[in-house]
Design a protein around this ligand. Structure first.
Ligand SMILES: Cc1cc2nc3c(=O)[nH]c(=O)nc-3n(C[C@H](O)[C@H](O)[C@H](O)COP(=O)(O)OP(=O)(O)OC[C@H]3O[C@@H](n4cnc5c(N)ncnc54)[C@H](O)[C@@H]3O)c2cc1C
Length: 412
């Protein structure tokens, strides 16, 4: 037996290896990763790292000593090129072959590329890895005018960081509102006002036509709406794409990511996947989802690690995400898609509020700005299927603990 091989050493890969080991998996565990560094945190790359509040060293998730302690072999700077499912072998580094008994795929996602005239010019950047972030930080230092393409999480976080650094920032978003796929119109409007207050020029309902260069470097961004914006630096944040090519080539079932069950298992019972590269049926959404969040990567990989060790503990976490922009911490729990009623707790003017979303009288999601306590309660309420009434949610004197105590008392 060759044990477990994990491809990718980020949140999902490391969690799967640890969870398998801690659940009693006694065989060899090998993690293969194409990164040149020890596994590191990605969320600070668009925030504190750009602002010089943390260094590369602060971002390391687990050090060498930890992997030794857990008897997990880490092979860095090595890319897995192919999976031979029938021979149970992986090909790495040209001719080298690695046997596996069980395989975990935690290959994550990559930034969607812009395919427009000028998109290959120097100064057109993406943000996914620590290498990208170090490059972006250096370029930001010398740039005065920045155009961000895409009003999603990455684009808005970089816009906030660049604005804090005193840069002139323009965000171009093709949708009629910011973060259209993730938050409700009310939260979109709050974020639009927040960025506008910080002098970020947000242009909705417009798309980029092309990027024009001077001496081989990006210099202007033109839009379908007729704008021509000066740009020393262009950051493209137009979404992520699952790294599922390895799995596709191995004929594993893939649809917008590697299709897995609630144990992270693919249609091959010895092969598992989780995190940004995986697509699963999410009970809270009532739909198939590929989530890009730290919490999802870790919780899903935890379930996969248990299954690899022969234990059960299916993935059943309420989806969660957070984003930091200026002094606003946005936290979201649940899936608000298709909600039919909302209730606001706190006030938008104070910059501290939560929006409770309901689908047929059932609480399905809560977005909060600077109200972490609401998130803690909402996580438990949604997880237990208990809904405060919209009136209770809006009443700041109403304590959710009273509902949660009832849940505990009945053993829910
Ligand atoms: C700038 C930024 C900010 C973010 N902010 C937040 C946030 O505030 N909150 C939040 O919840 N989430 C945030 N995210 C998303 C979060 O980081 C991801 O959801 C999470 O990293 C997913 O973990 P993962 O292990 O599935 O994949 P990844 O972190 O993408 O890791 C996959 C790893 O596999 C490696 N790999 C891929 N293919 C191969 C191969 N063939 N061989 C070897 N190695 C391979 C990749 O190089 C990579 O290191 C942010 C992401 C970015 C980029």
């Amino acid at each position: 037996m060759s044990g477990l091989v994990v491809v990718g050493a980020s949140y999902a890969g490391i969690q799967a290896a640890l969870s398998a080991r801690d659940s009693g998996y006694a065989e060899r565990i090998t993690v293969v990763a194409d990164d040149h560094l020890l596994p590191y945190q990605r969320p600070p790359l668009s925030k504190d790292f750009l602002l010089d509040k943390v260094t590369q060293d602060n971002l390391v998730l687990r050090d060498d000593a930890f992997f030794k302690l857990k008897q997990i072999d880490l092979i860095l700077e090595t890319r897995v090129h192919a999976i031979d499912r029938h021979a149970r072998k992986l090909s790495i580094n040209g001719n080298t072959v690695l046997d596996f008994d069980k395989l975990f795929i935690g290959t994550g996602s990559h930034a969607r590329r812009l395919a427009l005239p000028g998109s290959n010019l120097d100064g057109v950047c993406y943000l996914r890895s620590i290498r990208d972030a170090a490059d972006l930080k250096e370029r930001l230092r010398h740039a005065a005018e920045i155009v961000v393409i895409g009003g999603g999480f990455i684009g808005l976080e970089v816009a906030a960081s660049a604005s804090k650094l005193g840069k002139k920032v323009t965000v171009i978003e093709s949708a009629p509102r910011l973060l259209e796929r993730s938050v409700s119109p009310l939260v979109s409007q709050f974020l639009l006002d927040l960025h506008t207050r910080h002098n970020v020029d947000v242009r909705l309902n417009d798309t980029v036509a092309g990027i024009e260069g001077q001496n081989g470097r990006a210099a202007f961004v033109t839009t379908q709406g007729g704008a021509c914006l000066r740009a020393d630096l262009v950051l493209v944040g137009i979404g992520g794409v699952a790294n599922d090519q390895l799995a596709r080539d191995a004929q594993l079932n893939c649809t917008n990511g590697i299709v897995v069950d609630d144990h992270g298992m693919t249609d091959d019972p010895g092969i598992f996947a989780a995190g940004d590269c995986a697509n699963h049926y999410n009970a809270y959404a009532g739909d198939w989802l590929r989530l890009e969040s730290v919490q999802n990567a870790q919780d899903q990989a935890k379930a996969a690690g248990l299954a690899i060790a022969g234990k059960t503990g299916p993935y059943d976490s309420v989806p969660r995400f957070w984003s930091d922009q200026y002094d606003a911490k946005l936290q979201t729990v649940g899936i608000s898609r298709n909600f039919d009623r909302q209730s606001v707790r706190g006030s938008l003017e104070s910059g501290q509020f939560s929006v409770f979303y309901y689908k047929q009288d059932r609480l399905c999601a809560v977005d909060s700005i600077n109200r972490a306590g609401d998130q803690m309660a909402a996580r438990r309420l949604i997880g237990s299927g208990i809904s405060p009434s919209p009136e209770q949610a809006a009443d700041l004197s109403f304590d959710f603990k009273s509902l949660l105590t009832t849940i505990n008392a009945v053993g829910a």
